[in-house]
Write a protein that binds this ligand. Structure first.
Ligand SMILES: Nc1nc2c(c(=O)[nH]1)N[C@H]1C(S)=C(S)[C@@H](COP(=O)(O)OP(=O)(O)OC[C@H]3O[C@@H](n4cnc5c(=O)[nH]c(N)nc54)[C@H](O)[C@@H]3O)O[C@H]1N2
Ligand SMILES: Nc1nc2c(c(=O)[nH]1)N[C@H]1C(S)=C(S)[C@@H](COP(=O)(O)OP(=O)(O)OC[C@H]3O[C@@H](n4cnc5c(=O)[nH]c(N)nc54)[C@H](O)[C@@H]3O)O[C@H]1N2
Ligand code: SF4
Ligand SMILES: [Mo]
Length: 679
């Protein structure tokens, strides 16, 4: 091990926040060394974590600022690039006002970087700021803020091993949060019952004792049905309900018509299965609910989240070891991006922008005046505003909306109408190709800072490699733009920004640089330097003003788009273990891309037979918005009538609908009506 150094860091892919070391040895390529003393992954990594270093020196990394010209891309200096961004912003601010500008921050960049980016926006009066949480857990933000007063996974992952019943609903964690599956296996080892609710027979469903293969978009009916069983059989925790909640009586009245038989008909599962799941969850001494995109990515996403919270509240299954609610967040730093205020309606620390007290606090902390006092546009609304000509400038950091947003043919038209778009990324994404200016960023292993995992665990990343060419840290780029706009950002580096975060965000008060040295970091709320962090939330009541959880009845509503003769199949979209989101990193990772090289569509063999489609055939998938080609994968993973497309390759989102949940403004990625034909 001569001349070897081990740089501790955090996986850049999903929100589980696994730790590992980058081993640097003279004359050798950097390699991964496992971190057995990390509390969450205990040294293990999933295939993506193991491949994390493959993109580091990739030949396609962006190396220079690029300006679009009539003859294609021209390499320009940073000086010219930064001047251009600041001039465009200044011009638009003066001529048209801050509401014509949008900033999309990134759940892949650090807390410090998001903090600075949204601060820059707000100081300029811009409140159109958002991040990919809009497409992901925005229903959790509104649903859990109302129910519990605080948004976050309630218990740490190792605590899943203390659950006796785990209800996994709309989450394929075996593929998408694979290290969480280890804790579920540990719970099973100790005798826990695992129930999986998913329209597909996923690898997660294979772990289950009971799989409820519901029809897409019927979760509210199922959860209401389970709650009705629990009430009728006297299985609710009435003591907890009386002491710690409000709204129970309204719920009781609302559930009457959700009989097991009726729900069975709506959701396409057996009445006995509903009763069994309800009993398992309510009777166990410690139950947890784990949910993600199968719950949130619906026009009724906020209702779905609310129904999950209602179930936990009436059974008193929250606020104790083994009893929690786990909205598994997606990106490595999506929790952090939201904590830092990279949202149109929240200042840093999850504090509402339209609360005058909050605005006053932030103004004082920043030494600023006239900060925005009203929410701006959300991500998908910004696209709409661009379409209508109301949004003129878009600054996109570490996101690829032309692949990851809904109904992308229309989104493409919208972004084409922008006056100026700058994209800051590590690769030339599809969105970057549409930009007027592309800025090359340093990736996680090339910079310092912190990420906040889905457990609310704040952890440090450290520099282990030099960025390629002229690529620079996102923080440096933002600071340079801010300086040109006269905002007086004089941060010496990420540590300086973290010190400000400690001062401005109450729950990060004690999350200081010094305390983040050991594996596992700190879990917020951690208000002061002597505080140990808060692994389990709501142990002493909820974070609402009166300390009580809110039970809010919700009614089942069918998905926005229903099947008909022209579009007889339900299209649902999602993920596979070897690829990540729009694929900019995994499609360039040889060990991953080689194993899933192209777009495929899962079709049930019964449907395929009727359509005379064979395994491997090229087929056309068509919705009201477009037609794309994919390779047929005939599999029982989807039930008859349902087809599944991953969104890791361009095209899938040309098909998805941009119908939004009215509260969270998340698009319904999980249900569209489609037809399949020969390609
Ligand atoms: N390998 C891999 N890991 C990832 C990612 C990735 O792209 N690849 N992305 C990260 C991100 S950003 C996120 S947000 C997470 C997402 O992680 P997940 O939420 O697990 O991802 P999805 O595959 O989108 O959807 C989960 C499941 O919901 C099911 N589902 C669809 N419709 C319904 C429904 O109506 N009801 C119910 N109950 N279930 C339904 C799908 O069949 C699918 O199995 O993963 C993170 N981790
Ligand atoms: N059909 C369908 N669509 C979906 C979903 C679905 O289930 N179905 N899921 C939605 C969900 S949950 C999410 S979260 C979104 C994700 O949508 P996006 O956030 O748009 O997806 P990513 O591909 O993760 O994009 C992250 C980008 O950051 C870049 N990047 C990585 N590191 C850095 C860095 O350090 N600095 C900078 N500047 N850039 C960096 C990567 O190259 C990549 O281009 O997609 C949504 N879209
Ligand atoms: S589970 Fe998530 S954080 Fe852990 S190694 Fe896999 S992708 Fe990385
Ligand atoms: Mo996500």
């Amino acid at each position: 091990m001569a001349n070897e150094s081990l740089v501790p860091t955090i996986c850049p892919y999903c929100g589980v926040g696994c730790g590992f070391y980058v081993a640097l040895e003279d004359g050798q390529e950097p390699r991964i060394e496992y971190m057995p003393d990390h509390p969450v992954n205990e040294g293990a990594l999933c295939p993506k974590g193991n491949a994390a270093l493959e993109v580091l020196g990739h030949p396609e990394r962006l190396r220079h600022p690029l300006k679009k010209t009539e003859d294609g891309w021209a390499e320009i200096s940073w000086e010219e690039a930064l001047d251009l961004v600041s001039e465009k912003l200044k011009e638009a601010l003066e001529a048209h006002g801050p509401h014509t500008i949008g900033f999309l921050g990134s759940a892949k960049v650090t807390n410090e970087e998001n903090y600075i980016f949204q601060k820059m926006a707000r100081l300029l009066g811009i409140s159109n700021v958002d991040n990919c949480a809009r497409l992901c857990h925005s229903p959790t933000i509104y649903g859990l803020e109302r129910a519990f007063g605080l948004v976050g996974v309630t218990n740490p992952f190792p605590d899943l091993a203390n659950s006796r019943c785990i209800l996994v609903i709309g989450s394929n964690l075996a593929e998408n949060h694979p290290i969480v599956a280890r804790w579920i296996l540990k719970a099973k080892d100790r005798g826990a019952t695992v129930i999986v609710v998913d329209p597909r027979l996923t690898p997660t469903a294979w772990l289950a004792d009971q799989h409820l293969q519901i029809d897409p978009g019927t979760d509210v009916a199922l959860l209401n049905g389970m709650m009705r069983v629990i009430l009728k059989e006297g299985l609710a925790d009435t003591e907890f309900v009386t002491r710690q909640t409000v709204g129970f009586e309204d719920l009781v009245g609302s559930l009457e018509e959700y009989t097991p038989e009726k729900v069975a008909e709506i959701a396409g599962v057996s009445a006995a299965g509903i009763v069994k799941a309800a009993r398992s969850y309510a009777r166990s001494p410690a139950s947890s609910i784990v949910y993600s995109m199968g719950i949130t990515q619906h026009a009724v996403g906020t209702d779905n989240v609310t129904a999950c919270a209602n179930l936990a509240l009436i059974c008193g299954q929250v606020g104790r070891p083994g009893a929690g609610l786990y909205p598994l967040r997606g990106q490595n730093n999506v929790q952090g991006a939201c904590d830092m205020g990279m949202l149109p309606d929240f200042y840093p620390g999850g504090r509402r922008i339209d609360d005058p007290g909050v605005v006053e606090d932030v103004e004082e902390a920043w030494g600023a005046s006239h900060l925005p006092t009203a929410p701006g546009l959300t991500a998908v609304e910004m696209t709409e505003a661009a379409y209508d000509g109301d949004l003129r400038i878009l600054y996109v950091v570490g996101e690829d909306p032309i692949n990851s947003g809904p109904n992308t043919d229309r989104a493409r038209e919208a972004l084409e109408r922008l006056e100026f778009m700058v994209v800051q990324d590590i690769f030339m994404t599809e969105t970057a190709q549409m930009a007027d200016l592309v800025l090359p960023a340093a990736l996680w292993a090339e910079k310092e800072g912190t990420f906040t995992s889905t457990e609310r665990r704040v952890q440090r990343i450290r520099r282990a490699a030099d960025p390629p060419g002229d690529a620079r840290e996102d923080l440096w780029i933002f600071s340079q733009v801010a300086e040109r706009l006269g905002l007086g950002f004089h941060y010496a580096g990420p540590d300086d920004v973290l010190t400000e975060i400690n001062r401005v965000l109450p729950s990060y008060g004690g999350v200081t640089r010094e305390r983040l040295a050991s594996p596992g970091g700190l879990i917020w709320p951690c208000p002061d330097p002597g505080h140990p962090g808060t692994p389990i939330l709501h142990t002493e009541g909820f974070s609402t003003p009166d300390g009580r959880g809110r039970i809010v009845p919700v009614e089942y509503k069918p998905p926005a788009e229903v099947t008909d003769q022209e579009y007889p199949l339900v299209l649902t979209t999602g993920r596979v273990v070897l690829h990540y989101n729009a694929g900019s990193m995994t499609r360039r990772s040889p060990s991953l891309a080689g194993r899933v090289p192209e777009l495929f569509v899962e079709i049930n063999p019964h449907d395929a037979k009727k359509l005379e489609i064979e395994e491997g055939d090229p087929v056309a998938v068509t919705t009201a918005r477009g037609r794309i080609l994919a390779r047929a994968d005939l599999t029982e993973r989807v039930g008859p009538g349902v087809v599944f497309l991953p969104f890791h390759f361009p095209d899938t989102n040309r098909l998805t609908t941009d119908v939004l949940d009215p509260v969270a403004k998340i698009p319904e990625f999980k249900v569209a009506a489609c037809r399949i034909g020969r390609g």
